[in-house]
Structures are given as C-alpha cells and as structure tokens.
Write a protein that binds this ligand. Structure first.
Ligand code: SAM
Ligand code: SF4
Length: 476
C-alpha cells in the first residue's frame, strides 16, 4: 500500500522518479548541444533543486530531454530519508546501467542526499556511476562533467554554510504554468534524532529575501498564480541585511510575497511546531492570498517519544499551537507527518498518536514506519527495537484512522463554495478541471466555457471522498 495516499503536498508519491522535462528547448537542434535526462526522488526540495540543476546545465549547453535513450547525461536526484528510498535508487541504477552498456559514452550522475551520505563509497560500489554531487555542489557540475568527459570520475560533496543558489533562476520542469515552488532556505539545524537531513543537507541558511521576491514577481509576470515557499523549517527563516542590518523573519517574508499581487497565492512548507509564531498566523489572517493551510508535522502524539525524537516540544505545546491556529486563522486546515514504531514505542504511546490525529482533525497526513538511518542520533543512542510487524500494524491503524478523518473532514465541505485556482485537466477526464482551494484540498469540477488553467473559479461542492472534493462552477 502507498502509505501516503494520493494527496499532493511536500512529497508527491505519484511523481517519484518521474522524468523532469521542459518543452522550451525542444526546438534547439545543433551538433554542439548535449542532452541531460533527470529523475527526482524524495521531498519537494529535491524537485526544486532539479530545476536549479537544469539552469546550471543549460548554461553549459546541456538541454533537457525526456528520452533516456537519447541522453548524454543521466542524473538521479536522490533521497536518503528512509532505507526504502535508497533501495529504490539502487534498483533504478540496475536499469540505467543497461542503457550505459548499450551506449558506454553516457554519463551517469547521482545527485542529492544519497550522494552526500555515501560520498566516495557510492563510486566504489556502483561502478558505472561517473558523478557524485551533493546538494550544495551543483555549481561545480560543469567542471565535474568536464572531468568525466576527460575519462575521470567527478565527485563534490562539500557542504556549504552559505550556498542558497539565490542568483540562479530555476528552469521550470514539468510545469503546469500555474503553480511553482521557491526555495527560501537550505539545510536544517534541528537534529531530530531520527533524521538524516542535517547530515545530507548541512547547516540551515536563509536566502536573500529580495531574490525570493524577484523570483516570485517574475513567475507572476509569466502567468503563474501560486508560489509555495519551501524549506525544511520555514518558520526559522531569518536574514539580516548586510548593509543596514535590518532583520527579516519568516512573517516579514510572507508579507512581502503576499504584497506582490492579490491574485498571487502564497503557500509554504514545512512548519516546525517549535518555531511557528503567532506573528506568522496574524500575517496569514491579514492577507486573503496567503492560503489557509499549514503542514505541521507532529511525528508522534506521545511526549515521551517526542522527547526521544528531540523534537523539542511536547504534546501540550503542540496542542497549544493548534489552538493558536484555530483562534487566529479559524478557516485553516492542518496536516501532519507521523512516524510509527520509533524506538521503545509502546502501545500506549501509539494510542496517544491515534488520539492526537483525532483531536487535531488533520485534513491529511504523510505516514511512515520508522526506518533507522546510519549516523543519526537515534541510531547511535537507541535500539531500533520495535519489530517490523508491529510497526506495520500500527502504521495500518494510523492510515485507517487518518483516511476516516480525511473523509469526514471533506464531507463537511459539501454545500460550501470555495475559490479554486484551476491547475489543469483532472487526472480522470479531460472534461473536468482540477484545482485547489485555499485549504489545499483538491477540487474536481466540470469545465465551463471562459475558464482556463490559471483562472480562479467559485466552485460549489456537491460530493467528496477522502482525497477529493467534487462540484460545479457557480457564476454570479
Ligand atoms: N523538515 C520537515 C519536518 O521537520 O517536519 C520534514 C522533513 S522530512 C524530509 C519529511 C518527513 O519524513 C519527516 O517529517 C518525518 O515524518 C519523516 N522521516 C524523517 N526521517 C525518518 C525516518 N528515519 N524514518 C521514517 N520517517 C522519517
Ligand atoms: Fe529532519 Fe527534524 Fe530537520 Fe525536519 S526539522 S529536516 S525532521 S531534522
């Protein structure tokens, strides 16, 4: 079973491994240009990074292709968050190696978290891999590619304290032309005990807000209507102007992006409960175009487990944050990430997680079994002592409960009318549009003349499932 269901958010399971491609370069035909093919895995940050990589590569005359057989350079932008994510890449490499056997000149590169975690050993273990490049070393790709063209291997896994790729204008790959992601920070300083991210993505650093605003403005001018500000922990965004020392918090940044235009929707992800301030909530409440949706991962409902996870909040603190959201942004939906079977988790702890899901009334959640990651605090301090079968049973209970709650949550929307941003055709029918309301719920509705992707439509909700609202456009 796909534990994350079909809902789209920071981790879109349906897009894992999808070739990332842009049609803008199809017409360029020349002997001198080369083609790269890129697949992305893991969280939205990786998908966003692939767009930065695409910009760096096109600058050195490598252009995107969706035909792996036609590529001079094949790249996998990888994830290390769970063991299964790395297994997927190893399997994928087996297939890609067959391409290399047919066309030995094809270069194969591993980018992202797995490159950073495994470093040189990846080159030693996967003999056909030519390039290993960590998340902070993408600017070095042209030099590394040259090395490989000269018959060497190329590796750069240096983690930076400054790199934000602020000056690079990403090439939008697989874009619907309506919604886009903007990285506002990189890395993470939080050290949750289960998590490999601080080791693979390095220290937290925030991007110059003026480059973020310029990127969002540029997208709006090109017709985009929604930007999602991305970071591992957006609420700890902070930037000081080097000349004036003026301070910019996440609330300040959110406001500046919202002020670009009332028709440009703003979303953000992910929020860490310990850093989510009332100031951010008041900013959300002030601007209609800041969407009423917060992804606020709880991880566990048990304070004892939260303390072992080093999340730095407990059950009560988390509940208070939710009460603050409900009182300041009453229309806001909340979603979560949940881990089942963390070290020492008892049935009582598990029951506390279930009761938290009920109490918080999450619109949806991403749900995972704990996977021990080498080098993390938990791997060093605690035994991974919950048997796989128990992790699985608990995960199934969590999924069943969340599905029931999502279904009831959506059923409450029947009879309401929402402003929906049209993203394109629905997956099932070209006679229907899909889009999302401010609360990040997917809405499917019949097409009407005069409406096109990028338009806002008022949609009356007639029915619902656990994943989707269905309705029709109402015109005044
Ligand atoms: N920075 C975000 C946060 O703190 O909420 C999320 C980062 S992580 C890419 C996404 C989710 O993966 C986490 O919220 C957590 O639920 C899950 N995760 C991270 N490490 C894991 C592990 N070792 N085993 C299972 N799930 C894990
Ligand atoms: Fe990992 Fe915690 Fe940082 Fe999220 S906040 S990336 S879970 S260490």
């Amino acid at each position: 079973m796909n534990p994350t269901g079909t809902l789209t958010k920071t981790i879109d399971e349906t897009r894992q491994g999808e070739p990332f491609y842009s049609t803008d370069y199809e017409s360029i035909v020349s002997e001198d240009i080369k083609r790269f093919y890129i697949e992305s895995y893991g969280c939205q940050m990786n998908f966003s990074d692939s767009e930065i990589v695409a910009a760096i590569l096109t600058d050195c005359s490598y252009f995107p292709t969706k035909d792996i057989e036609n590529a001079n350079l094949i790249l996998l932008n990888t994830c290390s968050i769970r063991e299964k994510a790395e297994d997927t890449i190893r399997q994928r490499l087996k297939t890609i190696n067959k391409v290399k056997a047919r066309r030995p000149d094809t270069m194969i590169g591993i980018l992202g978290c797995m490159a950073e975690r495994l470093k040189q050993s990846l080159l030693d273990e996967e003999k056909l891999v030519d390039l290993v490049v960590g998340p902070d070393a993408y600017r070095d790709l042209p030099r590394l590619i040259n090395r490989v063209e000269d018959g060497d291997k190329g590796i750069n896994v240096h983690l930076s304290r400054e790199e934000t790729y602020a000056d690079i204008s990403p090439i939008r790959l697989e874009s619907n032309g309506v919604t886009a992601f903007i990285s506002i920070m990189r890395g993470c300083d939080n050290m949750c005990s289960f998590c490999v991210v601080p080791f693979t993505r390095g220290r937290e650093r925030s991007r110059d807000p003026f480059t973020i605003i310029a990127e969002a403005k540029h997208l709006f001018e090109k017709g985009y209507k929604e930007v999602t500000l991305l970071g591992q922990n957006v609420d700890s965004y902070k930037w000081n102007h080097p000349d004036t020392n003026e301070h910019y918090s996440f609330a300040n940044l959110l406001e500046l992006v919202a002020l670009i235009h009332p028709d440009l929707r703003v979303r953000f992800s992910t929020s860490h409960p310990k850093d989510m301030t009332d100031e951010v909530l008041h900013t959300m409440a002030r601007y209609e175009n800041i969407c009423n949706y917060i992804h606020l991962p709880v991880q566990s409902g048990s304070s004892r487990i939260l303390s072992m996870m080093n999340r730095t909040y407990d059950r009560e603190w988390y509940k208070n944050r939710i009460l603050a959201i409900r009182s300041i942004v009453p229309d806001c939906t909340i979603s979560s990430d949940i881990i089942s079977g963390f070290c020492t988790e008892t049935d009582e702890d598990h029951q506390e997680t279930l009761s938290m899901i009920r109490w918080a009334d999450y619109s949806m959640s991403y749900m995972f079994m704990y996977s021990e990651r080498p080098g993390t605090l938990a791997a060093r301090k605690y035994e991974d002592d919950i048997p796989e079968e128990i992790k699985k049973t608990r995960l199934s209970e969590i999924i069943a409960l969340q599905n029931a709650i999502s279904k009831a949550h959506n059923a409450k929307d029947i009879g309401k009318t929402f402003k929906v941003l049209i993203e394109g055709d629905s997956r099932k029918s070209e006679n229907e549009f899909k889009g999302r309301n401010s609360q990040n719920k997917m809405v499917v509705f019949s097409k009407e003349a005069d409406f096109k992707p990028g338009d806002y439509a008022d949609v009356y909700i007639e029915s619902s499932t656990s994943a989707t609202l269905k309705g029709h456009i109402v015109t005044s």
